[in-house]
Design a binder for this molecule. Structure first.
Ligand SMILES: [Zn+2]
Length: 315
């Protein structure tokens, strides 16, 4: 409420079932987490007692708090906060630029393109059918609950796939390159912009929602966050302005350079490339320049954040 009256935040809202399921336990004592076997651990949850979980990640020494949550598929998780081990730089001096697209999730300056997996066509069709079924089902009915659970399961599958891609991609980049240049698009403000800020309430909220969804689907924000954790001090955020319309070969800049969403053709020198790869190369070159400046003393990357480790609860 203090932030709300300070006009920096929106009014606090109530927690909602199915949306903010979960709670955090603080002041955890040493004996409150114990390992029963190689795969099974136990955690003491106040008012509940000992709860078993699958020991799927290393639990950090001397945990002070943990978080219990439930996802849309009904799976329960317990998360212990831990700073992940940074990945050592290869020491080759190589710089990579990463450009994010909506269709292609990440294009590298090396020419590689990778995209986060989504649902298969058959799964999408099933999801659509379920959503329609849900609209016909009476709220609060047994059928409504069942259909909703099925939708949640499909969505959780998509989220799992995206997370897996983010982890693999960020680890791969951190291992292969010394400096990683990424576009600084500030996803959180972009996705928030549809609803608008307190000073400027949103316009065209419906139209923007679609774009925002695909931005979120690409999982860009999380990829950058994980990169910064795995390669602290080696991630350079680059202002993406003009990176998509500047020729990487000759430096000519014009909006007409971008022939289509996918193809870049320079109006000056005729250089033709995949539009996202061309942008990624521009990002790489800017990042390389910034990294040189950083060695002279300016910091390049933000502070490390604590990242909770997810552990699946059994039962
Ligand atoms: Zn050119």
């Amino acid at each position: 409420m203090a932030n709300f009256f300070g006009k920096t935040h929106r009014k606090p809202t109530w927690r909602k079932r199915g949306q903010s399921d979960g709670f955090r336990i603080v002041a955890v004592k040493t004996g409150d987490v114990r390992r029963l076997s190689r795969n099974i651990g136990e955690v003491r949850v106040p008012k509940v007692g000992w709860v078993r979980f699958r020991w799927s990640r290393a639990v950090p020494e001397g945990v002070r708090s943990f978080r219990v949550s439930r996802d849309t598929a009904g799976r329960w998780f317990v998360a212990f906060a831990a700073i992940p081990e940074p990945i050592a730089a290869p020491g080759t001096g190589q710089v990579v630029g990463v450009d994010r697209g909506v269709a292609v999730s990440a294009a590298l300056s090396s020419g590689e393109m990778t995209s986060a997996p989504t649902l298969r066509d058959s799964e999408k069709a099933r999801l659509l059918g379920l959503v329609r079924k849900l609209a016909r089902a009476e709220k609060g009915s047994h059928r409504h609950r069942k259909v909703k659970a099925a939708i949640g399961k499909l969505k959780a599958r998509e989220i799992d796939r995206r997370k897996d891609w983010i982890e693999k991609t960020s680890t791969d980049l951190a291992r292969r390159f010394d400096i990683i240049g990424v576009e600084d698009l500030n996803v959180s403000t972009m996705t928030r912009s549809a609803k608008g800020t307190i000073e400027a309430p949103g316009k065209n909220v419906r139209q923007k929602a679609g774009l925002n969804r695909s931005i979120l689907a690409a999982g860009w924000g999380r990829l950058v966050t994980r990169l910064e954790q795995k390669a602290p001090g080696r991630v350079v955020k680059v202002n993406p302005r003009f990176t998509s319309q500047t020729c990487n070969t000759c430096g000519y800049r014009a909006p007409g350079n971008r022939e289509s969403q996918a193809v870049f053709r320079c109006a000056a020198c005729g250089h033709q490339a995949n539009a996202d790869v061309n942008a990624a190369r521009n990002v790489r070159d800017i990042a390389a320049g910034l990294a040189v400046n950083a060695r002279r003393g300016d910091p390049v990357a933000g502070p490390e954040k604590r990242e909770p480790q997810l552990v699946l609860l059994s039962g």
